[in-house]
Design a protein around this ligand. Structure first.
Ligand code: FE2
Length: 146
């Protein structure tokens, strides 16, 4: 295995900023929806973005990801590397898998990413998310690095 995810020792996001997070799972704005099971929004989280700019890094493009079903193999074009922090995993056994390329079926990394831990991901490698439980929503904050 060739690790495509690395945890970083950065401060946890304080509780008082999480008030709006739960409501995001029930808000479905069609305009936010990028794929069938994937939404990205920066519309509901001004305070959170300010905290990230002050405590993690300024200059990143911050947004919330709301995933309400498994994600098939994809790359995050144009993003190559991003930093993320999961608030709700969407299930106890949600796995992110990375593959060498689209055609070879060679698995290069498989990881159950822990909640409330900052990590960086190589999203230029084809990856998928599997194991999201019915009725559950995976919610994370993410910032584009490259
Ligand atoms: Fe992705």
């Amino acid at each position: 295995m060739d690790s495509q995810v690395r945890y970083l020792n950065l401060p946890q996001i304080p509780e008082y900023l999480l008030g709006d997070i739960d409501s995001l799972s029930t808000k479905h704005h069609a305009s936010d929806r990028v794929f069938l099971t994937y939404r990205w929004t920066d519309a509901h989280n001004t305070e959170l973005v300010e905290w990230c700019n002050d405590n993690i890094s300024p200059g990143l493009k911050w947004g919330l990801q709301v995933i309400d079903g498994d994600l098939s193999l994809h790359i995050d074009t144009p993003t190559k590397t991003k930093i993320s922090y999961i608030f709700d995993t969407g299930g106890d056994n949600v796995i992110t898998e990375f593959y060498q390329d689209y055609s070879s079926n060679i698995l290069i990394d498989s990881i159950k990413i822990l909640p409330n831990r900052w990590h960086i991901l190589n999203v230029s490698k084809p990856h998928l998310v599997t194991g999201i439980e019915p009725g559950r929503v995976r919610i994370s904050l993410t910032g584009r690095i490259f």
